[in-house]
Structures are given as C-alpha cells and as structure tokens.
Ligand binder design. Structure first.
Ligand code: IPD
Ligand code: CA
Length: 263
C-alpha cells in the first residue's frame, strides 16, 4: 500500500534524523577508547536527532502538540494532535557501540495512537503503521505478529531495570516465571525495537514496566496493526500513563498477562 501523506511526513523525519545518528554512531566507536568516553558526544547526537525531527514535523504539521524525550511537553494550538517522540531509543547501546537503537515517532489523536514509525538506521529497517491501514517494513512488506500459540514455543523480550530504576524486586519475581514457561527471554535495550520486532513476528511477546510514553507510543499502533494485542500490566489500555506494557499475538498476550499477574 502506498504510504499516506501522514506516514510520508513521519518517515522522512525519521530517515533524516537516522542518517545523522548513523554518522554519529561511527564516531562513538572511536571515542570508546578515550578517557572521557563518548557520553557528551552521545547526548549531543540525541539532541541533534530531536532537533531534526522537531523541525521536520513542525514544518509539515504546524500547531500540533509534542511530547519529546528531551524537550518534554510542548503545547500547540491543535490540542487534538500530539507527536510522541523518542529521538534515540537504546541510548545505552549507542553509547557502548552496540548497533541496536532506533528513532520512534508516534502520533496521538484525541488520546488514541493513530500512527507510528520506528526506524533502525543501522539495519535500515523502518517499521510503520497507521490505524486501519496495516503495518509495514520499509513500506513494502506487510507485518504480521507471529502465529505461535503456546508460550512454551515463544521467545519473549523484556527490559531489565538497572541502577537508578525502580522495579528490581518485581522483575526478579516475574522473569523466573517467564523463563520457566517460555522458550527463551531476550533483552535488546530498546523498548521501541522490542515492539517493532513483536510486530514483525521476530519476538512472540514483550513485557516491561517503568518505561515512558515515548518508548512505546509508536510501537502500540505498529503491533496492533500487525494483528497483535497491547495492554498495560492489568490488561487495560493505559500503557502510556502507567508506563507498563505487555504485547504479543492474542494467545501469547493472554498467557503473559496471566503469568505476570500471578508473579
Ligand atoms: C530505554 C530503552 C530500554 C528500556 C528503558 C528505556 P532510552 O530508553 O527503551 O530498552 O528498558 O526503560 O529507558 O533511555 O534508551 O531512550
Ligand atoms: Ca527510550
């Protein structure tokens, strides 16, 4: 299906910022060995990517509101529309020279996610979806969640809380349950790509707590348009506000909601 005008705007912004991130990622590998490390450089790369996305989106759709990881909330006259943007998801990977990170741009209309783009510039994979129009990889391949019905065959991805984050005890109760029931647990270090890869059928399911709206906004619509279910930890629809998310095909999603509730 040809990309709509809206998805073209989002895709152009993501690809433009992605070119900058890919260039900067090349530099990070050189900086690993310096005493100071690449910290400041990565922070500058993150801000530059956000500047690019903000400039592109504002030019194409003036007046929309924003929720961006670096700038926070920006009000605009059009209160119905809000861009939710993570200019660099997988910052720790980027900082360590691990080529697994992405840009995530979601559009919310009247409180509902209606479009999303997640772009991994290193693999040149752009996942996109618009409500009611399906989910695609690089505008060509239609995305479908995996068909596996049993958790016993499923590969599940998650996020592990680390220093400075809450939820360590909860994770230590939940993860052993999923380990026992599934075919394997993975941790990529990028929530947005976790969701894109659920939509692509690479992961069968995903759960995480304590993440932000910009980590998951685009992923919500991409997983749903690929035929998957996405909910908060209680099975409701308040993922963005509660910061917890469970995603997968309808069978795996149901299984995860149950075992996580019991943990
Ligand atoms: C992080 C990643 C990670 C998730 C963290 C997020 P950042 O975002 O999505 O996978 O586990 O909770 O904060 O910091 O790389 O943009
Ligand atoms: Ca993030």
């Amino acid at each position: 299906m040809p990309a709509s005008a809206l998805l073209t705007v989002m895709t152009n912004a993501a690809r433009k910022a992605g070119r900058g991130l890919a260039r900067d990622f090349g530099e990070v590998e050189n900086l690993q060995v310096s005493v100071k490390g690449p910290g400041d450089f990565v922070s500058a790369a993150d801000h530059k990517a956000e500047d690019t996305i903000y400039a592109e989106l504002s030019k194409a759709r003036p007046g929309y509101c924003y929720l961006m990881e670096e700038r926070g909330l920006i009000e605009g006259p059009d209160k119905s529309h809000r861009w939710i943007v993570d200019p660099l998801d997988g910052t720790t990977n980027f900082l360590h020279g691990i080529p697994l990170f992405c840009i995530s741009i979601g559009l919310e209309r009247d409180g509902e996610m209606i479009a999303g783009v997640i772009y991994n510039p290193i693999m040149d994979e752009l996942f996109s979806a618009e409500k009611g129009r399906g989910a695609y990889l690089n505008d060509r391949r239609r995305l479908r969640v995996a068909a596996r019905k049993d958790l016993s065959n499923a590969v599940i991805t998650t996020g592990i809380p680390h220093r400075g984050r809450s939820g360590h005890d909860l994770f230590l109760r939940e993860c052993p349950q999923v380990m026992r029931e599934s075919s394997g647990v993975r941790r990529t270090g990028t929530a947005a790509l976790d969701m894109a890869w659920v939509a692509a059928g690479r992961f069968d399911g995903y759960w995480e707590h304590g993440i932000k709206a910009w980590d998951m906004a685009a992923g919500v619509v991409i997983v749903r348009e690929a035929g998957g279910f996405v909910s908060d930890a209680e099975g409701g629809n308040e993922m963005l506000d509660k910061g917890s998310v469970i995603a997968g095909n309808p069978h795996i999603h149901k299984g995860l909601v149950k075992i996580l509730a019991d943990a």
